[in-house]
Design a protein around this ligand. Structure first.
Ligand code: GRF
Length: 192
């Protein structure tokens, strides 16, 4: 089976830990390789890490024609993985890679998704709702926040003494398994 080529899009503030987890998974022999990492700015924390790892980095600043510039930078990748990209993705990217743009969200969608639901806001909302379980969701990206087919969810308990930070750390550890597992499933089902 050919290994799928992945383009990862990180955000301005993204740490890049999901990018790192995907790269490590590809090095362990998962059926995909990281073809390119797109970032909005050279200052994005993930950029230095990507360069250290020898990954190809393309800086695509926001602005006019952002979507078509992203599509050009992504080239012939098989899948696009958002990893810390918090804005709505330009529709040109969705049209160029139909059903092949994925995102990871730090909660069990459809709960705790939507505009403004990112980072610690998500975990504060989970704790505020008294949930006993949380987790992460890998889903296809549409033109609306956190909608689209769910490909994989991993679950963890919410502990009585959790803070948003402790819950975030437990969920992040799951995220690092989930993205690679979801991609593996897709590649095994579709052959690329
Ligand atoms: C993750 O929590 C992910 O669920 C969300 O953005 C965060 C990115 O973290 N979409 P990192 O940059 O991959 O560490």
């Amino acid at each position: 089976m050919a290994r799928a080529r992945i383009g990862i899009i990180v955000g301005t503030r993204g740490r890049g830990s999901n990018m790192v987890a995907l790269h490590e998974a590809s090095l362990r022999g998962e059926p995909f390789t990281i073809a390119v990492v797109l970032a909005p700015s050279e200052n994005a924390p993930a950029v230095a890490e990507a360069r250290t790892r020898g990954l190809r980095v393309e800086i695509v600043p926001p602005g006019d024609n952002e979507g078509s510039r992203m599509v050009a930078a992504l080239g012939d990748v098989d899948y696009v993985c958002l990893a810390g990209f918090l804005r709505l993705l330009p529709s040109e990217v969705l049209h160029a890679f139909p059903d092949r743009v994925l995102n990871i969200h730090p909660a069990l969608l459809p709960k705790f998704g939507g505009k403004g639901m990112y980072g610690l806001h998500v975990h504060q909302a989970v704790l505020g709702a008294g949930e006993t379980e949380s987790g992460c969701t890998v889903h296809r990206v549409t033109e609306r926040y956190d909608e689209g087919d769910i490909l994989l969810q991993l679950r963890c308990p919410v502990m009585p003494d959790d803070t948003p930070e402790t819950l975030a750390a437990r969920v992040l550890a799951l995220e690092h398994q989930a993205y690679a597992a979801a991609l593996r499933g897709l590649v095994e089902r579709t052959g690329s």
